[in-house]
Design a protein around this ligand. Structure first.
Ligand SMILES: NC(=O)C1=CN([C@@H]2O[C@H](COP(=O)(O)OP(=O)(O)OC[C@H]3O[C@@H](n4cnc5c(N)ncnc54)[C@H](O)[C@@H]3O)[C@@H](O)[C@H]2O)C=CC1
Ligand SMILES: O=C(O)C(=O)COP(=O)(O)O
Length: 630
């Protein structure tokens, strides 16, 4: 790049996340009885000056008077500020160093604290323009150098006039005084920096917004620490995913949109355009048709356990990774199942509703302890196995059946067939997954095989059970009670009605798919899934993906990472390596994993390489997706 571009960077709320004078006040007024009130006053003056609604010079004098600061507070302030350097500034240290001759810090703050912070990032001392304190004989910070242009109203404009920089000037800042430089014609471009604060009056005027330094660098084709600004990656979260997930994505700089309910296929087809990360729960169906409308989708996060609502093969073919939360709500489902087992054994539903009608019906008839009763668990996966342990702790005799060989926990007994389990169990509970083959796996024949008066639970998926057969078995008394949490048709939102033949049947607990709906589970999921997704985006790690070849990758250090997803046909790896050889790329590490359909190749390469390699990699026959990470 030629040397005729100058980058003016503001300090408070831009280089650092905070306003230094607010921080100074927090230190100097630490033991002041009216600390909160004075700090609020200081903050108001700062905000009003930054938003352009009051005189800067007057505000500065007023703030210093209120702060009652002493020079002994400065080392403490500097330590605080060092911890609060903006994340994107922190990670782009290389840019700041490489372009040090062209970067100027222009601030109405004070050199005494700005210099030690910014010089650590390679900013040259002679390129720091800021005020200086006046200190009295006792060391009090009583005022500032009034000759300094930056202490005056429109000080930044005056300074830029004086500097008369011989080239294009780009200003990056959060405040109105930064925007004014451009307005006064002293800068070619102004970027409103919104990583730390969004000042509406500034954003409204700015022709460019930079949610991070990455975005500024990206727009200006300058060297960046990361391959792509996060604010350009859009995340769509459906079905009331816990706000913690939104917070985690936003904290990393992603653009996040949320929808409270599920979306229909048609609605999702419309919304999915330009979305890179889609977060759903059990209700939204991600079909092949939806994927046809997805032009940027990289990853689907199931904020739940089940992934039967997602066309996993179609995602795989499109190079879209699917991640879920396999353990985060396991315990919640188990606890609900256990509770239902006891409630159904004691006819609590019936007795409770009578009590609400004013009827006292004390009797032991039809009520049983669960101790020594036989619990039959169908599907001995994570939920089934955990239920097995807790049910044994309550004294139940556990039997289980699974289509694959499973570790037998405690004294649980394995059944070789479903039939064998159904004949034995006093309680049958389904914890199979919702794969299509499981549709109606439990129907008239299975209910008929169950013991007379047995109890039935389904907290897995609605389509697994033939509902007609269940209703008939309940009506005939073959089954004496049921706990049903999942249904073949579930309302998309809480405002839609619930229709089912199961309504109004005695001793039937109906719950609105809340097996996993506890605060603990939702918070666990909201932490787990975004972190998994961001790990995939940032490193290519697919460990635990439910559809992709699983690769756990080493941390990317001092290298660029080429991520190539392709159809698994012979010769692709050879072609990739030919491209690398042709472009004289120095390979530092290569990792490959395939499944029947797709190959996933990660190549870590030396940072110095011919950029042509990027285009060549995309041209390798059978490429599905290619991206580069650094
Ligand atoms: N009600 C709710 O809110 C929740 C429901 N779920 C449902 O529970 C299911 C199970 O969850 P996890 O135990 O974590 O899954 P998992 O994958 O660990 O276990 C499922 C087990 O079922 C077995 N299985 C599948 N089909 C079978 C069949 N026809 N007969 C016998 N065994 C069969 C599998 O081999 C596996 O061992 C999830 O897939 C999900 O659909 C999960 C969480 C919350
Ligand atoms: O985890 C699962 O598979 C569930 O069924 C829970 O679904 P939900 O997140 O409550 O829509």
């Amino acid at each position: 790049m030629s040397k005729d571009k100058y980058f003016i960077i503001d300090f408070d709320s831009t280089f650092t996340q905070v306003e230094a004078l607010d921080e100074l006040g927090a230190i100097s007024l630490q033991n002041h009885p009216e600390r909160e009130r004075i700090l609020e006053q200081v903050k108001q003056i700062t905000d009003s000056a930054m938003a352009g609604s009051s005189s800067f010079a007057e505000g500065l004098a007023k703030r210093l008077e209120l702060l009652q600061a002493h020079q002994s507070h400065l080392p403490l302030l500097i330590n605080r500020l060092k911890e609060r350097v903006s994340e994107s500034i922190r990670r782009n240290r290389d840019f700041l160093q490489e372009y040090a001759d062209q970067i100027l810090i222009v601030s109405s703050g004070f050199k005494e604290f700005i210099t030690p912070i910014v010089t650590e990032y390679g900013i040259k001392e002679e390129n720091i323009y800021a005020n200086t304190f006046h200190v009295d004989a006792q060391g009090n910070l009583t005022g500032f150098d009034k000759e300094n242009l930056l202490s005056l109203d429109k000080g930044k404009i005056k300074l830029l006039e004086q500097l008369a920089l011989p080239g294009d000037v780009y200003v990056l800042g959060d405040g109105y005084t930064d925007y004014e430089i451009k307005e006064a014609g002293m800068a070619n471009k102004f970027y409103a920096f919104t990583e730390n604060v969004v000042r509406d009056s500034v954003v409204a005027k700015a022709e460019h917004i930079a949610p991070s330094l990455d975005e500024f660098l990206y727009q200006n084709k300058l060297p960046m620490a990361i391959s792509y600004p996060k604010n350009r990656i859009s995340v769509l979260l459906l079905e009331n995913v816990h706000p913690q997930a939104v917070e985690l994505f936003r904290r990393e700089g992603y653009q996040v949109e949320t929808v409270s309910g599920a979306l229909s296929e048609e609605e999702l087809c419309e919304r999915i355009k330009n979305v890179s990360i889609l977060g759903i729960r059990s209700k939204t169906h991600v079909t092949r048709k939806v994927l046809e409308h997805a032009n940027r989708l990289m990853c689907v996060g199931a904020f739940c356990i089940g992934t039967n609502q997602i066309d996993l093969d179609a995602c795989l073919e499109a190079g879209i990774t699917v991640l879920n939360a396999p353990y985060s709500n396991t315990r919640s489902v188990v606890e609900l199942a256990l509770g239902e087992i006891i409630i159904l054994s004691r006819n609590v539903l019936d007795k409770s509703s009578k009590m609400h009608q004013g009827k006292w019906d004390k009797s032991a008839s039809g009520s049983f302890e669960v101790r020594d009763k036989k619990l039959g668990i169908v599907g001995y996966g994570n939920i089934g196995a955990q239920l097995s342990v807790l049910a044994e702790a309550m004294g139940m005799e556990v039997y289980y059946y699974d289509v694959v060989e499973k570790l037998q926990l405690g004294n649980a007994r394995k059944c070789n067939t479903l039939h064998e389990l159904l004949e034995k169990a006093d309680y049958v509970t389904l914890h199979v997954d919702g794969r299509p083959e499981n549709k109606h796996m439990f129907g008239a024949e299975e209910f008929a095989t169950m013991k007379e008066g047995a109890i039935f639970l389904n907290l897995s998926r609605g389509h697994v059970v033939d509902l007609q057969a269940l209703v008939a078995s309940l009506k005939s008394g073959k089954i004496s009670g049921a706990g049903i949490d999942v249904f073949p048709e579930e309302p998309a939102t809480n405002s839609d009605p619930f229709e089912s033949e199961l309504r109004d049947l005695p001793n039937v607990i109906l719950t609105p798919h809340i097996g996993g709906s506890t605060s603990e589970a939702q918070v666990n999921i909201a932490n787990f899934v975004p972190n998994r997704i961001m790990d995939y985006i940032n490193s290519g790690n697919t460990y635990g993906s439910v559809n992709f070849p699983n690769l756990q990758l080493p941390e990317l250090k001092n290298a660029h990472r080429l991520i190539h997803i392709h159809a698994n046909v012979p010769g692709v790896l050879a072609n990739i390596n030919q491209v690398l050889a042709k472009n004289h790329v120095n390979i530092l590490g290569q990792y490959l994993k395939t499944n029947e359909r797709v190959g996933y190749v990660i190549t870590d390469i030396d940072k110095a390489y011919d950029k042509q390699v990027v285009n060549d990699m995309k041209q390798v026959p059978h490429t599905i997706k290619f991206r580069i990470l650094y």
